[in-house]
Design a protein around this ligand. Structure first.
Ligand code: GLN
Length: 307
């Protein structure tokens, strides 16, 4: 029998069809030419059941939604204190690709903006395997299927990637980069170009909701402590300079990506993912934000709901 949850998700898509504001990211040529009308939503319970509607099997790049998972892997490798010495946890109040580090400490302000994410990517490299391979392995464990890099998209971003390269040189100059700038950016861009669907993302978010344990395979990917720390950083920094608006209106830890995806996590309950390529002025999916607001309102997801 068809679940009423699927009818509800269909309604979320229908009720947000009027939101056509914003535009797909154009600083990555391949993203600019993607169909802006694609739309999808998925939720996954902490039991691992995924419900999805819309273009739920369409592949798109994970982009900055990869950052929380790379950060969690770096923490698992080195411990929270070591990572805190290298990357802060303060909201930056700036755009995701701002060319700046904390002037007092020289650290990137947080791991959700590009400066922090490039530094984290370089830390995930180890003797056994390059960071990208380790991350693709992690994404595959999270989604239960082999996740691959969209190499065409990565090449397109690298060809226009001066800003990230500039950030990497800034990090290197302040002794904050574990690898050379060019290979760090190349690896980071390939990390961002991993191809996923909203179903994959909902499972990834549900693993965080489930304290770091993949709900279907029972594989423990992150400790509870790492997960709690990560979700706190997502709550304060995940939506860049719109983090305050997001926390008041939607009220759950989240992360957006410039291809138009957003993941949200209600700890102990559910992982949510939406996709729509047109972005608002903060670089977050415009329709995705409205879909998330509706989901939060209807399903009572807001963490600050009193009782
Ligand atoms: N790869 C993108 C970049 O570095 C990721 C940004 C994003 O998703 N906000 O610009």
């Amino acid at each position: 029998m068809r679940s009423p949850i699927l009818d509800y998700l269909d309604a979320i898509i229908a009720q947000t069809a009027h939101v056509v504001s914003g535009a797909p990211a154009d600083y990555i040529p391949e993203l600019a030419s993607a169909d802006p009308d694609r739309v999808a939503v998925a939720i996954c319970t902490v039991n691992g059941t995924v419900y999805a509607s819309g273009d739920a099997d369409d592949l798109f790049s994970i982009q900055s939604m990869s950052k929380p998972f790379a950060y969690a892997l770096a923490i698992e490798d080195r411990g929270i204190d070591d990572i805190l010495d290298r990357v802060g946890v303060e909201p930056s109040g700036e755009a995701f690709n701002e060319l700046s580090l904390d002037p007092e400490t020289g650290r990137p302000r947080n791991p959700m903006i590009n400066a922090g994410a490039i530094a984290v990517h370089a830390l995930v490299d180890d003797r056994e395997a390059p960071a990208v391979d380790r991350l693709l392995g992690l994404f595959s464990d999270l989604t239960q299927r082999p996740i691959e890099v969209d190499e065409g998209l990565a090449a397109s971003e690298l060809a226009t990637g001066d800003r990230n390269l500039g950030l990497a040189y800034l990090l290197h100059a302040s002794g904050r980069l574990a690898r050379d700038p060019a290979s760090s950016v190349e690896g980071y861009v390939r990390q961002c170009s991993a191809s996923v669907t909203v179903r994959d993302l909902a499972l990834m978010a549900a693993t965080l909701a489930n304290g770091g344990v993949q709900p279907n395979t029972d594989k423990k990917l992150f400790s509870r402590r790492t997960t709690r720390h990560l979700l706190s950083v997502m709550a304060s920094c995940g939506m860049y300079d719109a983090a305050g608006d997001w926390l008041t209106s939607v009220g759950i830890p989240a992360k957006s990506g410039v291809a138009g995806g957003i993941i949200g996590v209600l700890p102990g309950q559910v992982g949510v993912a939406v996709f729509s390529p047109r972005l608002d002025q903060h670089g977050n999916s415009a329709r995705g934000v409205v879909m998330m607001e509706k989901l939060s309102e209807d399903l009572g997801l807001h963490l600050m709901e009193p009782g």
